[in-house]
Design a protein around this ligand. Structure first.
Ligand code: UN1
Length: 512
């Protein structure tokens, strides 16, 4: 334990065997077998977590319904005060939680710390928001009338999160939902359940210290079947799901069938356009982190580089040289740039994608492959790869959650924008240029069709203040920043008559 993992786990309340169903301080025994969490860093068993069964799920929903009755009466700024303290509690454990995230998920320690920082940031954001849940007032067409709208708490918010951001995505949803007066039921990825158990301990303690009831922060653990319990459950007002497009479609269908609300943040197929007016140092660095950061396992990972033909060879050569300097290895060791993929299944998908791009006629620029030998015993370490490809290749049209970058050549900017938009997904996009006309054309209505469009920044690494999400198969949901909070509340329009008569709207006469 060279990196002090055991010590960190102890500090944040993670045992070798954990119950996975919780209403706060209360952890429920499901009497079921345990699911194991292995680290992709060294292949070792970290700890076990007991999955939730339908009976425990029922108990949790009942408790959260009861908690909602209380929580929605707490004034929003007071709810914000509690979220502020959750943010402070996270500040105290940043190093330990960051380490667990890094060890359990495989992202670098720096990125693990960054993920916890993202949680702290959303807590701060939510605290401010707790005094800004604004509704509009309108002028009534009728004399002596007043119209306005209010935003009320919605109810139970179900959160389904993915392995790649095992804690931050929960906090984007939970921090906003809580200040909005909702209670949360979180189903983390079964590939990273321990990080979730740790977060639940942290949040539950703060709620309890404030004398709040059990059931405001709830945890359920297991595979997709546990998530399905929420999708089909009319008591869960909103299901916020982050993950694959395949999963999102299933959630949307189940929630839609009962006319519930869903908020979807699904796959991306993000591209950077590099024009001949790019600042090459920035372009290369941006593309590099975008493509290999988190070993290509962000929904915002740069998957395609669309490069102007006059600078194509330069970009290719410089990137290949940068790739040759990447150090692959244990994510907790800060000298390494690239950690492992999440599991062997992910390695399989990576290898299959490489086969497919080759078969389609893609040309290898930087070869891929599985890394073996000492330090790589988990079998999850792969080499970031680059291929010259064409946008229409089937494999290029899909999101492969691995560090494979496709290079695509273009002549004119309209052509580049058409290529950038020419995929089923619409999450993140970027242009590298110092030319104002090119930048503005990219950001215009006729430019990028994505939810995120950056200039001289890669496609990943969004800040908390902006709304996060995308269009088309990315699902259309917006989380975290801007006015994303509205998804977590119900709107009510109120018209008040303080006059001594009852005029009807639209001038309708109805006298007897
Ligand atoms: C994700 O991969 O699901 O913009 C979220 C980013 C991070 C969040 C990624 N702030 O890359």
């Amino acid at each position: 334990d060279a990196f002090g993992i055991r010590q960190s786990l102890q500090k944040i309340g993670v045992q070798s065997e954990n119950l996975g169903s919780s209403t706060g301080l209360n952890w429920l025994d499901s009497g079921a077998s345990y699911l194991s969490s292995f680290s992709p860093a060294d292949g070792k068993l970290i700890a076990k977590v007991q999955p939730t069964n339908p009976e425990t799920y029922e108990a949790i929903i009942a408790q959260s319904q009861a908690a909602f009755e209380k929580w929605k009466t707490v004034p929003a700024p007071q709810r914000g005060e509690i979220v502020r303290e959750i943010g402070n509690a996270l500040r105290e454990v940043k190093a330990d939680l960051g380490k667990l995230v890094s060890y359990e998920m495989g992202k670098s320690y720096q990125e693990g710390l960054g993920e916890v920082q993202e949680m702290i940031d959303i807590c701060d954001f939510a605290v401010g928001l707790s005094r800004q849940l604004y509704g509009l007032t309108m002028h009534s067409e009728r004399p002596g009338h007043r119209m306005y709208e209010q935003w009320h708490p919605l109810g139970i918010v179900g959160i389904i999160s993915a392995f790649n951001f095992p804690v931050a995505v929960w906090s984007w949803n939970a921090a906003l939902a809580w200040v909005c007066g909702d209670v949360c039921v979180w189903k983390p990825s079964e590939k990273a359940p321990l990080s979730a158990v740790a977060c639940q301990h942290i949040a539950a303690k703060v709620f309890a210290e404030h004398g709040m009831p059990e059931g405001i922060s709830n945890l359920i653990v297991g595979d997709y079947k546990v998530g399905e319990l929420m999708s089909h459950d009319p008591r869960v007002s909103l299901v916020s799901a982050t993950g694959s497009t395949r999963m999102g479609k299933l959630v949307a269908k189940a929630v839609g069938e009962r006319l519930g609300r869903s908020l979807l943040e699904l796959g991306g197929n993000n591209a950077i356009i590099i024009t001949e007016n790019a600042d090459m140092d920035i372009a290369i660095r941006g593309a590099l982190f975008g493509a290999v950061g988190t070993a290509g396992q962000r929904c915002t990972t740069t998957r395609r580089l669309i490069i102007q033909e006059n600078v194509y060879e330069e970009v290719k050569t410089r990137l290949a040289s940068a790739y040759s300097k990447l150090v692959i290895g244990n994510p907790l060791d800060e000298k390494n740039h690239v950690g492992p993929l999440i599991d062997e299944g992910a390695v399989e998908s990576y290898l299959t994608a490489i086969e497919k791009v080759k078969t389609a006629g893609g040309k290898e620029v930087v070869p891929g492959g599985v890394v073996s030998g000492e330090g790589y015993e988990s079998g999850c370490y792969v080499k970031p790869a680059i291929f010259e490809a064409e946008n229409h290749f089937e494999i290029v049209q899909h999101e492969t959650f691995a560090p494979i970058l496709y290079l695509i050549k273009y002549k004119t900017l309209p052509e580049a924008i058409a290529l950038q938009n020419g995929v089923p997904q619409g999450l993140s996009s970027a242009i590298m240029t110092t030319n104002m006309r090119e930048a503005e054309a990219f950001l215009a209505a006729t430019g990028s069709d994505c939810g995120i469009a950056n200039v001289n920044i890669g496609t990943s690494g969004a800040e908390i203040g902006g709304a996060f999400g995308g269009e088309k198969e990315t699902g259309g949901g917006r989380e975290s920043g801007s006015d994303a909070w509205r998804a977590y509340m119900r709107r009510q329009t109120n018209t008040i008559n303080y006059s001594t008569s009852l005029p009807l709207a639209q001038g309708i006469k109805f006298d007897i």
